[in-house]
Design a protein around this ligand. Structure first.
Ligand SMILES: [Zn+2]
Length: 685
């Protein structure tokens, strides 16, 4: 232990020494890019080196290396020599390089993942007291230096030189006919798309923490809310975090006493937050009373002066923009954060996602569902009815009864583990496949609500983390456990049974979630209580539609706000605020106002994701649509075999995956069509 520590200290001292020297001489203060003339010379030399040079790959490869090479990596001559010595012109040689890369990335990812799992064990698993040291180890990310190491030892440059990076457009067109091996080559070409300096990454990490903290402490003490007009009263000890709890409280007041007035009050609070008129001192403060309608603050029943929150919400968005756009120049393939989110991460272009959302938002079924909700509520729609949740098909069996069932069945994680093969057989997997899967999944009792942590190399197991109380697994825990189990099955098939390691997985997080929901939806069936009839399906359709309808508008606001930021890079928080509000109202007026009969509502700007997870929101509605299309496809097919077929397609683009999985494009049409049928069913009732 001591020797290791000394060794690390020595390295640290050496690197400090070097930096001082550089600063002293002031020669290499900033790394310089490779000059164009050097690139051209290198390409020419390589063309001469081979009898039948692969000209296209030579040009692309050398330019890719130049995109990332700086004077810190070596001189012009070093660059040229590196390219000439390491470019592979021969196909068989290239394939053997690919095999080495693929094998070693499985080794790296697999082992780093294994270390992370082990270091976070105390943090995740419900076993004994946790102390600060456990948290310190849990927070350590063992692979955090991997990328920069691979640039330093030139492996990254070797890959950039020999494996072209294909744009999303190219993947979606020429990728059509690619074999699994060709896809795997393309994924190697995706490995190094960014080289953000460590200090910038660290700074962004810091900002991220601050944003998380700001959001995590944005609580409203509802017991302190005064409403003189309608007497909407909330429980004394109720503390709601914005926006999640505020939104869910609106949902849970549909059948409550004085519910409508309470919902209206919550919406008033939301508007004060969006407009930043909320008194700064009522946020996360249980000592002051607040009348949101009049916007007055009271201490010991005496009105006091206050300052509104100083646009902090929007300042964080500006800070995020500044930091993320500062990274643009270190991402030669995706030069804006918008492109990195949509084209690189999601692999769906911004415009395509926007088009899909608008198609559903402006479909006439949206208006018809709105009318149906009005009928069910017996009143005109209010803006917050975007969160109407009366289409949830509630079981006729009480939660209590269900908990009795699940907790006696699953007293601990071992009991659930032992039942995995049974569950799979009930879902429609063959006995053989059920054993195969169950053998690769471990069930642990988790501290939190639960999660699924997949393996990253063959030979390792996926972990299903589920909360199991002293009295066994309650129904809610069981329902979540089935969701996580769905993730585990996907993780296992898509690691073990995909033809090439480089394409293990599914296209993006929306696909993983869709898979998990397919399992979660079948929780009653597994308990032997399935009561799916026509009506449940129709209700489920309307519920999916209305959730998609809500979150698509919210996502559009997030997306348009980022477009505006890129067009106005020097904007301040006040200007951003005005424009987010303007965008929220515009999206509302275009797609919601015709249904809700009210104009200029800013409700779509309330989501906290805009501050903490910029541009993440669009993944939710895409997930809804995928789930719906997968569900439709499963209707007349054996569940187990279909899940296996779909999860072994691998990580191709969403477009290609959908074609292979359901012979169709990702589209809102199936949901819109089915919604039409559902509306007809309920109108005739
Ligand atoms: Zn999930």
């Amino acid at each position: 232990m001591r020797t290791i520590f000394l060794f690390l200290l020595a390295i640290f001292m050496v690197s400090c020494g070097m930096e001082n020297k550089i600063n002293e001489n002031n020669k290499i203060s900033k790394p310089l890019p490779i000059r164009d003339i050097v690139i051209v010379n290198t390409i020419d030399s390589l063309k001469l080196k081979f009898q039948t040079p692969d000209i296209e790959r030579i040009e692309m490869g050398v330019r890719q290396v130049a995109d990332f090479w700086t004077s810190e990596d070596g001189t012009d001559e070093d660059f040229q020599n590196f390219c000439i010595e390491n470019f592979i012109n021969d196909k068989d040689e290239l394939d053997s390089a690919f095999v080495t890369i693929q094998k070693n990335f499985e080794v790296l990812n697999g082992h780093f993942n294994k270390i992370s799992l082990a270091l976070k064990f105390k943090q995740h698993i419900d076993e004994g007291e946790m102390n600060p040291l456990d948290l310190m180890f849990g927070g350590y990310e063992p692979s955090s230096n991997l990328q920069s190491d691979l640039f330093k030892n030139k492996i990254a440059f070797y890959i950039l030189l020999n494996f072209p990076h294909y744009s999303l457009d190219e993947k979606n067109t020429i990728g059509d006919n690619w074999t699994a091996r060709q896809w795997a080559y393309a994924r190697v070409g995706d490995l190094f798309s960014s080289r953000v300096p460590a200090d910038l990454s660290l700074e962004f990490g810091d900002l991220n923490n601050k944003c998380d903290n700001y959001i995590a402490n944005y609580n409203i003490y509802m017991g302190n809310i005064i409403d003189n007009k309608t007497n909407a009263k909330f429980p004394e000890d109720m503390k709601l975090i914005s926006h999640w709890n505020l939104r869910d409280e609106i949902k849970s007041n549909y059948n409550a006493e004085n519910g409508l007035n309470k919902q209206k009050m919550i919406y008033t609070i939301m508007k004060r937050i969006i407009n930043q008129e909320i008194p700064e001192n009522v946020i996360n403060n249980k000592d002051l009373k607040w009348d949101p309608a009049e916007n007055k603050v009271f201490q010991n029943d005496k009105e006091i002066q206050f300052k509104p929150e100083p646009d902090t919400r929007y300042q964080y968005m500006i800070d995020n923009f500044k930091m993320l756009s500062a990274m643009d120049k270190y991402n030669p393939f995706y030069q804006t954060y918008i492109d990195r989110k949509f084209k690189e991460e999601m692999e769906m272009p911004f415009e395509e996602v926007e088009k899909i959302f608008i198609e559903l938002l402006s479909s006439e079924q949206s208006k018809k569902i709105g009318e149906l909700i009005e009928k069910r509520l017996g009143r005109k729609l209010e803006p917050f009815d975007i969160w109407y949740d009366g289409f949830k098909s509630r079981s006729t069996i009480s939660d209590e009864h269900l908990t009795k069932l699940t907790s006696s069945k699953y007293k601990d994680n071992i009991a659930f583990q032992n039942d995995l093969p049974n569950i799979l057989v009930k879902l429609g997997f063959t006995k053989e496949k059920a054993m195969y899967l169950a053998d690769k999944i471990v069930v642990d009792a988790s501290r939190g609500a639960g999660h699924a942590w997949g393996a990253q190399m063959k030979g390792e197991k996926a972990h299903l983390r589920s909360r199991i109380g002293k009295n066994g697994m309650d129904y809610k825990g069981y329902n979540i456990a089935l969701h996580e189990f769905g993730h585990n099955v996907e993780q296992t098939f898509s690691l073990y049974n995909v033809p090439e390691y480089m394409i293990s997985g599914v296209p993006n997080t929306a696909f993983t979630e869709a898979m998990a929901f397919l399992f979660q939806q079948r929780d009653m069936k597994v308990l032997g209580l399935a009561n799916t009839n026509e009506e449940t399906e129709y209700l489920h359709t309307l519920d999916s539609y209305w959730s998609a309808f809500e979150i698509m508008g919210v996502s559009l606001v997030d997306m348009y706000a980022w477009k505006w930021l890129y067009d106005n890079p020097n904007a301040n928080a006040k200007e951003l605020k005005e424009n987010v509000i303007r965008i929220s109202k515009e999206v509302w007026n275009k797609y919601y106002a015709p249904i809700f009969n009210s104009k200029d509502e800013e409700i779509l700007g309330i989501y906290s994701h805009m501050i903490s997870y910029p541009l993440y929101l669009a993944a939710y509605p895409i997930g809804h649509l995928i789930e719906f299309q997968l569900e439709q496809n499963l209707k007349d097919k054996p569940f187990g075999a279909e899940i296996e077929r779909m999860t072994t397609i691998g990580r191709v683009t969403p477009k290609d995956w959908m074609k292979k999985a359901v012979s169709n494009e990702l589209s809102p049409k199936p949901l819109i069509e089915m919604a039409k049928k559902s509306i007809e069913y309920f109108s005739n009732k």
